[in-house]
Structure formats: structure tokens, C-alpha cells
Write a protein that binds this ligand. Structure first.
Ligand code: NAI
Length: 480
């Protein structure tokens, strides 16, 4: 704690560098800056205590400071152990008007290269507000903050935390340990937190899936807005964002020439489409694997070979998973990959790659090349290069998606926070999406920033296609 702010970041002296990059990013985030101007006098988030779990990058710093400028108090952690940019975290703690000796910003609990116990410690700190009052809003990416509250309340009701759970066993043991410790200190911490929360806004496909599962089971404790499925989020960030940051991660991690190589992209959803385009843009020969015939056919029509992973292991130079599913590349697959082939994942969790199986593989050796780059050598002498230990490599090896595309995503986040905070009584414990009109508003701002000129409908044309001149311009079932 310094100047009344509690925090845990790598190095506050990085704040000045962070502030310079935040200043440049602000210009590239016209949506967030427009929202700051629009709400300058209204402060719709006054009284909001937002607990946020989302990659602590420069772009997220601009999001955090937008929430603050709308009146919110904020506490933050990252949603991934490798994704924090330490200079951004420092700058957010110091704030625009503070100094490293006298910080005046926001409590952040995040640094690059956390261990899993540290990760869950940071998440708990982010949820634990000084003075007893808990958060009243959650901003989540991947659902870990939401999960902690739900599991915490469930175990408090039972009075005991179980010893083992489904899912990734190693990770679960650590979450359960975190909850066991908090149950030892208080019997109703998470219950109180859960009861005070007006809602959660969720950033990504994987977190949204968890929310729909909770809602379907009747277990969702507060209303949720699915930000991911705003068109200006998933059809832009997931796709065009990864188109930028995937090759950025491969280049920074390995510096291997991508042109001419055979690259396999597992999954051809939004992230897969951007990944395949990114690799093709560098001249790679791209192969796609899919389980859904519609997405597989799209890949074929886009000019990619559609194959099974087992059939291409002997030709693949690069394999990237984008499925949000588990057990996509198993240790047996890894053992059959080419010498020094590159393996990385950009789906939300590391269980797409069987990292546990790799570590257990008989006779395997791990050589750390540099942070977030490991060579795994098999007993026959051949090796593969694994990026970011199987976790989101575009954030672990590079800096994630660039500002302009994140401005789209985060504008939706801010709008969703304002909506749930100010109108929570109008929402049930269900998962909602933002109205299309707001999606169009976000797109309009970013199109203008790019110098695009929109054609205006005439009244007659609008009537002919049965829409309002001011929008929305598409039906709910339109797919873009
Ligand atoms: P999506 O649902 O659009 O695409 C996933 C695709 O994978 C689907 O088409 C599905 O049929 C396919 N798939 C599922 N199991 C498969 C298997 N065993 N083999 C091959 N294909 C399989 O989801 P989206 O939006 O593309 O997100 C994917 C993941 O990426 C999620 O975990 C999401 O949270 C994460 N994400 C990561 C970002 C990053 O910066 N790295 C940005 C945005 C999302």
C-alpha cells in the first residue's frame, strides 16, 4: 500500500514508459475517447465499484481510465499469467496525475509471469475491496472472477471446500486452495460479494460459454451481458485482432520465416479465420482442421485445405489451436511433429494443448530458450518449440491485439457496464446481448476515425428494405 492504494505490480518505475504508450493508444481508441466525451458531465458510473479481470495491457489501461472518467472506482487483475504488460500495470497504479512515490491511480494486481497460486491470489485481491464493501460490478474475460464468486458462495453454503474437482486438476487444486483459505478467514465473504453484485459483462467466447451454462442450470447469481457476441466485438477483435497479433507472437517468439512453411490452424471460427488469414498473409501454406461442417466448408471456400490433424503432423511446421475446446493437440501428436516445429495456442485456456501429457512424456526434456519459449526434446532427439507454455501466445509472446480493434471491444464493455449498473432492476439472472443500435454506434465511430464515408439511406429506400433510416439496419438473425 502506497498513498492509500494497495497494489501488486512488477515495478512502478515503469509507469512513465507506460504513460507514454497509453497516450499514443488513446488516439488509436476513438470509441473509448468518444464515450469519455459523451459522458463527461453525466458520470453514469458514479457509485460503481468495478472488479475487473482482463489482460492488463496498454489497451486495457485506456479502458480502466475510461471507466474511472465515467465515475467508477476500479480494482484490476489480469486474466492470464503471461499477458500483463508491466509498464501498463505500473502506469495505471500511478495514474495520469501521480508519481511512483505518490501513486494516485487504480489498484492493480498483475505482473507478467505469475505462478498459478499468485494468479488466484491476485484475482482474490481484485475482488476484495478495502472497508468491507465488495464490488458491485464485475468486468470479466474468460469468467475466472465470476467463477470464483460462484464457487465461493457455493462452498460457503456447504460450509466446506471439496478436495478435488473436474477440469484441469492442477488448476483446480489451486482455486480450491484459494477458496479454502478464504473460508478459513470468513464464512460468508463470497456470499456477501455475490449478493452485492449488480451484474457482469463478459469479454470472450469461453467466458460467455460458462455464463450460458450457469444460466441454463439456474445457477447464475446475477445478470450478465455477453459482450463477445456484439458484432463489433467478435467479428472484429477475435478476427482482425488475431490477424495482427498471431504472427506478431510467432515472430517475437521464434523469428522463424513463416513464408513457404506449412501452418495448421485448428478451428475455423472467428479466431481461426483471422489466424489462417494472418499466416497466409505471410505466405504460409495453411491447412485447417474443423469439427463443424459449416466452418470447414467456409475454410475450403476460402481456399484452405481441410484435413485431420493426424494426417498432417508430418508436414506441419507450425500448429496453432483456436478452438476454445480441450484436448485438441495431445502429447502423442506433439511427439510426431517435425523437428523444431512450432506449437502455440490462442484459445482462452491452455487445455487445448495437452501440456500435462507433454511434461509426463517418457524421456522428454524441456529447454527454456527465453521467457515464454520452450524447446521440448523427445528421447529420439527431435524437438518442438512450444510458445507461452500453451497459454494465449499472442498475449504471452507479443502484446495482444492492437488498440484500434480493442477500442471496438472495449466500447461495448463500457456501454454494457453503464447499462447493467444503471438499469440492473430491468434485468433477470440471465445472459443478455447489447442492442444492435449500440453495435452500429460503435462501428460508426470507428469507421469515421478511418475516414470511411457511410452512404445515407433515402426514406424511400429505407421503407423498401423495411428498416429505419437511423437503423438498426439488419434483423437479429443476420449473420454478417
Ligand atoms: P468460435 O466458436 O467462433 O470458434 C471455435 C471453432 O473451433 C468452432 O468453429 C468449432 O467448431 C471449432 N472446434 C471445436 N472443437 C474443435 C476441434 N476439436 N478441432 C477443430 N476445431 C474445433 O470461437 P472464437 O470466437 O473463434 O474463439 C475461440 C477461442 O479463442 C475461445 O477460447 C475464445 O475465448 C478465444 N479468444 C482468444 C483471443 C485471443 O486474443 N487470443 C481473442 C478472442 C477469443
Amino acid at each position: 500500500t502506497l498513498n492509500g492504494i494497495d497494489f501488486a505490480v512488477a515495478d512502478l518505475s515503469l509507469a512513465e514508459f507506460g504513460r507514454k504508450e497509453i497516450r499514443l493508444a488513446e488516439h488509436e481508441m476513438p470509441g473509448l475517447m468518444a464515450l469519455r466525451r459523451e459522458y463527461a458531465d453525466v458520470n453514469p458510473l458514479r457509485g460503481a465499484r468495478i472488479s475487473g479481470s482482463l489482460h492488463m495491457t496498454v489497451q486495457t489501461a485506456v479502458l480502466i481510465e475510461t471507466l474511472v472518467s465515467l465515475g467508477a472506482e476500479v480494482r484490476w487483475c489480469s486474466c492470464n499469467i503471461f499477458s500483463t504488460q508491466d509498464h501498463a500495470a505500473a502506469a495505471v497504479v500511478v495514474g495520469p496525475h501521480g508519481t511512483p512515490e505518490e501513486p494516485k491511480g487504480v489498484p492493480v494486481f498483475a505482473w507478467k509471469g505469475e505462478t498459478l497460486p499468485e494468479y488466484w491470489w491476485a484475482t482474490e485481491q481484485m475482488m476484495t475491496w478495502p472497508g468491507g464493501e465488495g464490488p458491485n460490478m464485475i468486468l470479466d474475460d474468460g469468467g475466472d472472477a465470476t467463477l470464483l464468486v460462484h464457487k465461493g458462495k457455493q462452498y460457503e453454503a456447504a460450509g466446506v471446500v471439496p478436495n478435488a474437482e473436474d477440469g484441469d486438476p492442477e488448476e483446480w487444486v489451486i482455486i480450491l486452495e484459494t477458496l479454502r483459505n478464504s473460508l478459513a478467514r470468513s464464512s460468508d465473504k463470497w456470499t456477501k460479494i455475490a449478493d452485492g453484485i449488480r451484474g457482469v459483462t463478459e469479454e470472450t467466447t469461453t467466458g460467455v460459454l460458462r455464463l450460458y451454462q450457469l444460466a441454463a442450470a439456474g445457477e447464475l447469481l446475477f445478470p450478465a451481458i455477453n459482450v463477445n457476441d456484439a458484432v463489433t466485438k467478435s467479428k472484429f477483435d477475435n478476427r482482425y485482432g488475431i490477424r495482427h497479433s498471431l504472427v506478431d507472437g510467432i515472430n517475437r517468439g521464434t523469428d522463424v520465416l513463416i513464408g513457404g512453411k506449412v501452418a495448421v490452424v485448428c478451428g475455423y471460427g472467428d479466431v481461426g479465420k483471422g489466424s489462417a488469414e494472418s499466416l497466409r498473409g505471410q505466405g504460409a501454406r495453411v491447412i485447417v482442421t474443423e469439427i463443424d461442417p459449416i466452418c470447414a466448408l467456409q475454410a475450403a471456400m476460402d481456399g484452405y485445405d481441410v484435413k485431420r490433424l493426424d494426417d498432417v503432423l508430418d508436414v506441419a511446421d507450425i500448429i496453432i489451436t483456436t478452438t476454445g475446446n480441450k484436448d485438441v493437440v495431445m502429447a502423442e501428436h506433439m511427439a510426431k511433429m517435425k523437428h523444431q516445429a512450432i506449437l502455440g495456442n490462442v484459445g482462452h485456456f491452455d487445455n487445448e494443448l495437452d501440456m500435462a501429457g507433454l511434461a509426463r512424456y517418457p524421456g522428454v526434456r524441456r529447454i527454456n530458450i527465453k521467457p515464454q519459449v520452450d524447446e521440448w526434446v523427445f528421447p529420439d532427439g527431435h524437438s518442438i518449440i512450444v510458445l507461452s507454455e500453451g497459454r494465449l501466445m499472442n498475449l504471452g509472446n507479443a502484446t495482444g491485439h492492437p488498440s484500434f480493434v480493442m477500442s471496438n471491444s472495449f466500447s461495448n464493455q463500457v456501454i454494457a457496464q453503464v447499462e447493467l449498473f444503471t438499469k440492473h432492476e430491468e434485468y433477470d439472472k440471465e445472459v443478455y446481448r447489447l442492442p444492435k443500435k449500440l453495435d452500429e454506434k460503435v462501428a460508426r465511430i470507428h469507421l469515421e476515425a478511418l475516414g470511411g464515408k457511410l452512404t445515407k439511406l433515402t426514406k424511400e429506400q429505407a421503407e423498401y428494405i423495411d428498416v429505419d433510416v437511423e437503423g438498426p439496419y439488419k434483423s437479429e438473425h443476420y449473420r454478417y
